[in-house]
Design a protein around this ligand. Structure first.
Ligand code: 5BU
Length: 260
């Protein structure tokens, strides 16, 4: 039986990676496979958004380098909100350099990503050394890595043999807990797929983003987590109401998948 036919709860119990276990348990507890992409420019906006969507999400996805007044107090406050609302943090850093460099970028610098982000991600364009470099920093801290097997944007080049290579590398590297992509990629190991480019109404934006529905991505394609940004906090939106709506839509799509 395919992993996409199993419940998140069962997958959590069977999983060998403590972080994946934690994530699946969280999803089951909150009845949520929703991650919010918090692309806002200030500390105050990020904290307000996280507090509003917190009850409805399993994962908060950040782009920490967008925040113009970043400081370590932001991290402390985000961690407090993660505790309060019971969610995990994913820094969508998209590392893409040689192993030695990404080690420095992941563990140090201004952001010290490995100290607070449960998940981060990378392109495998430099080869497998990037995974090894990140693993040296992240594994001792119990973190997990997602490989960018596909992207959501128009004309993206992660296809075919390149996507297959991502899958191959993911299966054999224990630091890897999953993918960014549009579907379930393998049955060789229970790797989690998170999918950005989710929208209930818009079909895209002016810069190449393409949106698909939770039904297509979760029910049909077997992806596990939907990532939603502007669909939830775009102009004029009631953020908490939209978060709840996407949470319900994502969970309904998952239940429909189980019933298939
Ligand atoms: P949106 O507002 O729902 O379009 O935001 C999507 C978010 O997901 C945004 O933070 C992007 O950086 C991120 N993203 C994406 O859109 N597509 C991808 O393939 C990857 C990340 Br990887």
């Amino acid at each position: 039986v395919s992993f996409s036919q199993k419940t998140y709860a069962a997958r959590g119990q069977e999983h060998e990676h403590p972080l994946a276990k934690q994530l699946f348990a969280n999803m089951e507890r909150k009845k949520s496979n929703l991650s919010v992409a918090a692309d806002v420019a200030t500390k105050a906006e990020l904290l307000l958004l996280a507090d509003k969507v917190g009850p409805y999400i399993c994962v908060l996805k950040t782009h920490i380098d967008i925040v113009e007044d970043f400081d370590m107090d932001l991290v402390a406050q985000l961690q407090a909100l993660a505790e309060k609302h019971d969610f995990l943090i994913f820094e969508d850093r998209k590392f893409a350099d040689i192993g030695n460099t990404v080690k420095l970028q992941y563990g140090g610098g201004i952001y010290r990503i490995a100290d607070w982000a449960h998940f981060t991600n990378c392109h495998v364009i430099p080869g497998e050394g990037i995974i090894q470099g990140l693993a040296e920093v992240g594994m001792p801290k119990g973190r997990g890595l997602l490989l960018l097997a596909e992207m959501s944007s128009k004309g993206m080049l992660a296809t075919g043999a390149y996507t297959d290579k991502n899958v191959e590398m993911a299966v054999k590297n224990e630091f890897v807990v999953g993918f960014i992509g549009s579907r379930r990629f393998t049955e060789d190991r229970d790797l989690i797929t998170m999918t950005p480019g989710i929208g209930l109404h818009a079909s895209g934006d002016a810069l190449g983003q393409q949106y698909r529905t939770p039904e297509t991505i979760v029910t049909k394609n077997g992806s596990d987590i939907i990532i939603v940004g502007r669909g939830i906090y775009g102009p004029g939106k009631d953020v908490a109401a939209e978060a709840q709506r996407y949470r319900d839509a994502g969970w309904a799509a998952y239940e429909k998948r189980l019933a298939k």
